[in-house]
Ligand binder design. Sequence first.
Ligand code: TXA
Ligand code: MG
Length: 301
Amino acid sequence: MQTRVLPFSADTIAEAARLILAGEPIAVPTETVYGLAADATNAAAVARIYEAKGRPSFNPLIVHVPDLAAAERIGRFEPPARDLAEQHWPGPLTLVVPLRKDAGIASIVTAGLPTIGLRVPAHPAMRALLRALCRPLAAPSANASGSISPTRAEHVLASLGGRIPLIIDGGAAERGIESTIVAATGGPLRLLRPGPIDIAAELDGGGKIEAPGQLASHYAPSKPLRLNATTAGDGEFLIGFGTVAGDASLSPDGDLVEAAANLFDLLHRADASAKPRIAVAAVPDEGLGVAVNDRLRRAAA
Ligand code: TXA
Ligand code: MG
């Protein structure tokens, strides 16, 4: 794949919007770092973020929206969270709040969690893209797994060149570090990741930092889960893949992007079924299969 680097302009935003609607992740500057953005309502598009980054595990992603009203259609905001949003948005603050189930966000975005990280970015390129699309964008930092966050288009090109179709060049990211993350999911507000907005003083308990993602950062099914299954045992809901059909399949064609896109929906479905146990067919440990298997091993542990 050839990666084009185009300067931020109305034409570039139109092209970026076209690619995102076609399910491609593209790199876009924000005021913190460059993000790798995909349609948060399209599970396969979000799976391609992981494919492009070569990330060996799934993490809940931050969803970017144009304003607080759009954020409130996706998450539930209690007054303390709304106050912070009103003070700091648009800007480098992410709020983790309870997810509205009917918001249409693909479950791979939150890695199956009942909460969601939301942010209203300030950068004009990201804002123009959000306005053009009228839909939320999931975007982690636009770098290959294991390398540092990109603050210039050249950094993105060096890290993801050949893996994504477009980088919008908006010059140097003004802040250069990722957004401050605050959890507002009930009880006192908690600082999950320090960042450009120094918010500690505003939080109860002096804003003691939790390790990033420490807050229930992994969805796990409540039932025992068996790996590498070829048939369903007694009382097992079998999640199939490829030639193993099962009660439901990650991907009948053995497509790893499709499997990643379906993973959390099927785990939830198996968990909610009448069967007391879950079994999952083997998924090849290559490409996105590495991330799928990482998640399945944790779920089985
Ligand atoms: O500045 C930023 O925030 C950049 C730009 C592109 O917006 N994005 C970014 O995304 O840094 P990422 O994916 O690299 O970091 C997301 C962080 C992870 O540490 C993740 O655990 C946390 O946000 N996070 C997201 N949703 C969460 C949730 N529901 N619960 C707990 N942590 C969450
Ligand atoms: Mg990152």
